[in-house]
Design a binder for this molecule. Structure first.
Ligand SMILES: NC(=O)c1ccc[n+]([C@@H]2O[C@H](COP(=O)([O-])OP(=O)(O)OC[C@H]3O[C@@H](n4cnc5c(N)ncnc54)[C@H](O)[C@@H]3O)[C@@H](O)[C@H]2O)c1
Length: 341
């Protein structure tokens, strides 16, 4: 079977995870990395791949089929658009971009050049989420009534000493756009589009950052269900991310990416029984470490999409929805008004 040949742009904390994943996949090859600073050159040597100081050089390499973008969030769109124009498929870290205009320009560029654009939302590939989506589609929960997404984390001063974090220009916002976006994306994945919302954002603990360290919102979905969002990097020492889904015939709670609780009117469900793990779900989530298993599944989906000439599961069109909701929460907080999407 053919391999997809990758270039990697940006090799910071998550870029190094991408490099390891690409190197470990049977149908992928890491051709080159691009990054600033000598440590990137040394990293390329360790990986036995080419090194480019400027990512434009990487994009000009005809040996490369696809690029992985792991730059600070505010730099995603420029690199992704240039990559699409160079005829490369793109897999980009979340959020798709820091503004809706830039996110839409990425989608348009990929469509124009007939390349695939996937955005990393690895939690859509977590086993409990895949099964919960299936349970909802099979009607096990009945009609969905309400759901909540909470990301109750803590990040310390060292985390925010990385100069792009917590800035409007490079991060596009704070705890909502950077941390809480994963579980906000899951709420949208399960409940569908949001019709309207109200919200409040504040910076209450990390006075050194420009953007919010606490954000809350009330939502109404187009389905008629309602939802709540709570997201923070100010809850010491960092507790959990939790998704709760309540339907007419059942309830499910996923905490820290593990199945914490479920109850269906129809009785036990063997698929859920196999993965129910309250102990793991209740362990504190105190740091930014990423479990790679779901990133690997999303890479496999992206590679198969390219080889099978189909769309990846998390397209740009899907990924922009969470950005749209978060930008609407910022607007609602600023204007103190309900925002209609
Ligand atoms: N999916 C997840 O769970 C997850 C986790 C962490 C970060 N992220 C996302 O990944 C992105 C990167 O985050 P990070 O924590 O790795 O940041 P980071 O600051 O650790 O890394 C960013 C890297 O980009 C490099 N860079 C900046 N400008 C460049 C340029 N023009 N050319 C080449 N390299 C350049 C920097 O030198 C740095 O190595 C962000 O968008 C973040 O939201 C996602």
């Amino acid at each position: 079977m053919k391999k997809v040949r990758f270039g990697l742009i940006g090799c910071g904390s998550i870029g190094r995870v991408h490099a390891d994943i690409i190197k470990g996949l049977a149908h992928a090859e890491l051709v080159a990395i691009a990054g600033r600073g000598d440590h990137h050159r040394e990293f390329a040597e360790d990986l036995s791949c080419d090194f480019c100081l400027d990512y434009e050089d990487l994009l000009n390499n005809p040996e490369i089929d696809a690029v992985a973008i792991c730059l600070p969030s505010g730099a995603h769109s420029r690199a992704a658009i240039q990559a699409a124009r160079a005829g490369k498929h793109v897999i980009c870290e979340k959020p798709i971009a820091t503004t809706l205009e830039e996110g839409q320009a990425m989608i348009d560029a990929a469509r124009d050049k007939e390349v695939e654009l996937a955005v990393i939302f690895q939690h859509r590939f977590d086993k409990p989420i895949v099964l919960l989506k299936q349970a909802i589609e099979e009607g096990k929960l009945g009609k969905l009534l309400w759901g909540s997404s909470k990301t109750i984390w803590y990040r310390d001063d060292k985390y925010f000493s990385n100069p792009w974090r917590g800035t409007w220009e490079h991060d596009g916002g704070g705890a909502l756009i950077n941390q809480s976006i994963h579980y906000i994306d899951l709420l949208i994945h399960l409940f569908g589009d949001v019709k309207s919302l109200s919200g409040k954002c504040r910076t209450l603990r990390h006075k050194e950052i420009e953007t919010e360290d606490i954000g809350v919102a009330n939502l109404e979905f187009t389905s008629g269900a309602i939802g709540t969002i709570e997201g923070t990097t100010a809850s010491y020492p960092g507790l959990y991310a939790e998704l709760s889904v309540f339907g007419e015939k059942g309830s499910v709670i996923i905490r820290n990416d593990q199945l914490l609780f479920y109850h269906f009117e129809g009785g036990k469900w063997q698929e859920f029984e196999k993965i129910l793990d309250p102990e793991k779900a209740n362990a504190l989530n105190t740091g930014p470490e990423v479990d790679r298993a779901s990133h690997i599944r999303q890479y496999e989906d992206f590679i198969n999409a390219i080889l099978e000439k189909r769309r990846p599961l998390v397209t740009g069109e899907e990924a922009i929805k969470s950005l749209e909701v978060i930008k609407a929460i910022y607007r609602a907080s600023d204007t103190k008004k309900e925002v209609y999407l």
